[in-house]
Write a protein that binds this ligand. Structure first.
Ligand SMILES: C[S@@+](CC[C@H](N)C(=O)[O-])C[C@H]1O[C@@H](n2cnc3c(N)ncnc32)[C@H](O)[C@@H]1O
Length: 281
């Protein structure tokens, strides 16, 4: 069901990038989980948990009376996720399973299925969603968070140095069958998987002039981390572009000194309930 390996790998640098990414986007994920109706006492299945950041957000919402199971096929990520859960004092609410979601099963049904940046990597996201919603209770909730990083003019006033790196992001994803603009496809994917028309909310993170420093850190570090996937996928890169460790700092310096506003990838949060609850519930 899944591509053979996670495109960006599981190095320490990538884990650092995922942490920056989480800081930048977690308010939107949390808002989506809340508007989907995730609340105390619920049970949650988090698919493609990575370092467990979505699992931890969900654990905070369901509280000690609920529980969260995060599934992730990379054992190294699960080890780190477990340490983070302990540091967040949420180890009683969260557990992680090293498993591939293609054949994951569980003895009890969940209230909520959640996933962030996972459908975009699956060769058949409709089949995956259909199979995994079978692990939900009849009135279960499906919440998916995806993005779109195919916007072509992200800087104002234009900063060509930034635009050149950002324009390279989609290449390795497309080359490996992952979908860089999965966000706008969420509603169709829910319907094709037999779910209801989801409610979809969007948000574009902004960096630089009057933007969030966490967003600038996330985007500039991704411009460097994309180097390995570009090389692995054999995507041609202009000779003058360098991907050294100082790249994120150089890009941040340019954005701030030239007072540029940078749009990040637009975020899409979609949620739908399998069946309506009776009005008295
Ligand atoms: C982009 S990361 C997102 C991590 C996390 N959801 C977050 O938002 O911080 C995607 C994760 O999904 C995992 N993954 C991809 N395909 C998978 C599969 N078939 N089964 C389990 N995990 C998978 C990858 O190993 C990777 O850690």
């Amino acid at each position: 069901m899944a591509h053979s390996a996670y495109l960006l790998g599981h190095s320490d640098n990538e884990h650092q990038r995922l942490t920056l990414q989480n800081e930048a986007i977690s308010p939107f994920t949390e808002r989506t989980l809340r508007s989907a109706g995730v609340r105390p006492g619920m049970s949650v299945l988090d698919i493609g948990a990575g370092l467990g950041y979505v699992s931890l957000l969900a654990a905070g919402l369901v509280g000690p009376g609920g529980h969260v199971v995060g599934i992730e096929r990379d054992p190294g990520s699960v080890r780190k996720a477990w340490i983070l859960a302990q540091e967040a004092r949420l180890a009683d609410t969260v557990r992680y399973e090293v498993a591939d979601l293609a054949d994951f099963t569980w003895p009890e049904k969940f209230d909520v299925l959640v996933g962030r940046y996972i459908l975009m990597y699956l060769p058949d996201p409709v089949a995956a969603l259909r199979r995994l919603t079978a692990l939900l209770k009849p009135d279960g909730i499906v919440v998916m968070h995806e993005m779109d990083f195919t916007n072509t003019s992200p800087t104002r006033p234009p900063l060509p140095e930034w635009d050149e790196y950002y324009a390279l992001w989609p290449g390795p994803f497309l080359a490996t069958g992952a979908v860089p603009d999965f966000g706008p496809r969420l509603a169709r994917t829910f319907l094709d998987a037999g779910l209801r028309q989801p409610e979809v909310d969007t948000w574009t993170p902004v960096a630089g002039r009057s933007g969030d420093p966490a967003v600038l850190d996330w985007l500039s570090s991704t411009c460097r981390e994309i180097a390995t996937p570009l090389r692995n996928a054999g995507v041609p890169v202009p000779d003058h572009l360098r991907f050294d460790d100082a790249l994120p700092q150089r890009l941040r310096g340019l954005v701030l000194s030239r007072e540029v506003r940078v749009d990040g990838p637009t975020q899409f949060g979609a949620h739908a309930r399998l069946m309506s609850r009776a009005p008295h519930e």
